[in-house]
Design a protein around this ligand. Structure first.
Ligand SMILES: Cc1cc2nc3c(=O)[nH]c(=O)nc-3n(C[C@H](O)[C@H](O)[C@H](O)COP(=O)(O)OP(=O)(O)OC[C@H]3O[C@@H](n4cnc5c(N)ncnc54)[C@H](O)[C@@H]3O)c2cc1C
Length: 413
């Protein structure tokens, strides 16, 4: 098999890169060890986070640190046995999350986020996938006035700095929008611009089908077999050897399996997360994704049912599933919204691929010809897949990328 470009990893990021390359006339092979979008891109919360200009930072206030340290929260959980390995990453993550540094990062990160909705809309239109999207935003809801006021003040700052639109909801307005939430809430913050996807896996597969309709090929194989061949690359696949002029590493949390063997020591760690689907009990409906802010879990109306998703678990990427946060969240969620029975046999787990400065790595590998890196999208891989895909394709084909890639370059680490 021969192609101009081989894209390694068929999550939402790799699929978007491959589709954008194929659209630009580069014959492209997309390679994955399993089916498309069956890992992290399968089970996320489906938010295209137009408001997500501040990537999720490491908390700096003492109270939050103490709560997390006790390891009893829903929004964060850690495996004590993994902490030593994770310490260098966590230290750098903590430093990058200092308020002044975080604000600098947000300015750069916002240049990507600004395009997330329109880039999905463009791909969805050509992939005949617009039916996956709802356009009514998402809700952060609050149990205390103190927490509500804090987040509304933050939203107002982001509105002024980044032009983000939001609505403040008092308890009555929230009840009108979401009549089946428990009457424990004092109000909410409605981010109105984000779109939401009711089946992230279905959407990724629709983009893959579009890639194939344009002549792109999907192949199963192990990216770890990547080796230099002349000025290009060679891999061994189940269907035989594969040669390509250029390679793009887009293996999300597993990207360092390839980058490390090529001599790049990039800081990549994971924040694992879980989901479970539930039937809504009786006639109950949920009209928006809702974050129970003070408890730290999402309820999202998906095609399959109500999806409960959890926050960050700091653990080894390939360690056993420990759905502690899901088990803690479920009884609280049942009091919050009338959930019926579980719809999945076991909790799903995914691993958010994270860098310590909270920004993805998008750009050319500094020490190899015709090699590109495209991973580390953390909490926003679904949001940013099509933006990153377009940037990488534009760089590979020698066009000027529509977003300045400098802040995301590989050699910043
Ligand atoms: C609970 C949860 C909720 C989330 N909610 C949101 C949200 O609402 N909005 C949002 O934007 N993001 C969200 N995210 C984050 C988002 O899901 C990820 O950032 C995104 O899926 C990462 O995509 P990816 O393509 O980089 O990685 P992946 O989807 O993990 O894809 C990597 C691919 O590489 C392949 N691979 C690995 N090793 C090899 C190998 N040796 N050979 C070949 N192929 C290989 C894998 O099989 C996989 O298909 C959430 C994540 C979690 C866990």
């Amino acid at each position: 098999m021969q192609a101009d470009v081989v894209v390694l990893g068929a999550g939402i990021v790799g699929i978007s890169v491959a589709l954008h390359l194929q659209k630009r006339g580069r014959s492209t092979i997309l390679l994955d060890r399993r089916g498309a979008a069956e890992e992290t891109s399968y089970g996320n919360a489906g938010l295209i986070q137009k408001e997500g200009v501040y990537p999720y930072g490491f908390p700096h206030d003492f109270g939050a640190l103490l709560r997390y340290g006790l390891n009893r929260t829903i929004d964060a959980h850690y495996h004590p046995s993994a902490l030593l390995d994770l310490a260098p990453f966590l230290w750098r993550y903590w430093q990058h999350s200092r308020p002044a540094r975080h604000a600098e990062i947000a300015k750069r990160y916002a240049t990507l986020i600004a395009h997330c909705v329109e880039e999905h809309d463009a791909l969805a239109a050509e992939a005949d996938a617009t039916q996956f999207f709802k356009r009514n935003g998402w809700f952060r809801v609050f149990r205390t006035k103190e927490a509500l006021d804090l987040r509304l003040a933050e939203a107002e700052r982001w509105h002024k700095e980044f032009g983000l639109a939001y609505r403040a909801l008092d308890a009555a307005a929230l009840k009108a929008e979401e009549p089946h939430l428990a009457p424990v809430l004092v109000g909410g913050l409605h981010w109105t611009e984000p779109t939401t996807c009711n089946d992230p896996h279905g959407l990724a597969v629709a983009y893959l089908r579009r890639f194939e309709a344009l002549g792109g090929r999907y192949v199963q194989g192990n990216a770890a077999t990547l080796e230099v061949e002349g000025t290009g690359w060679r891999l061994t696949t189940a269907q035989g050897p594969l040669s390509a002029g250029a390679a793009v590493v887009a293996m999300g949390p597993w990207s360092d399996m390839v980058t490390r063997s090529l001599g790049y020591n990039l800081p990549l760690a994971v924040k694992r997360g879980y989901h479970m689907h539930y039937r809504a009990a009786g006639e109950a409906t949920l009209n928006h994704p809702v974050l129970d802010t003070e408890r730290g879990y999402f309820l999202v109306p998906m095609a399959r049912g109500i999806r409960l998703t959890t926050g960050a678990e700091f653990a080894r990427r390939d360690g056993m599933k420990t759905p502690v946060q899901l088990n803690r969240a479920e009884p609280i969620a049942r009091e919050f919204f009338p959930l019926g029975e579980r719809l999945d046999n076991e909790p799903w787990m995914g691993s958010r691929p994270c860098t310590p400065d909270m920004m993805p790595i998008i750009g050319k590998a500094p020490r190899h010809r015709n090699l590109w890196f495209s991973f580390g999208h953390a909490h926003h891989g679904l949001t940013l897949g099509p933006v990153t895909g377009r940037m990488i394709a534009e760089m590979v084909t020698g066009e000027t990328p529509f977003v300045d890639p400098t802040p995301f370059r590989v050699d910043r680490f």
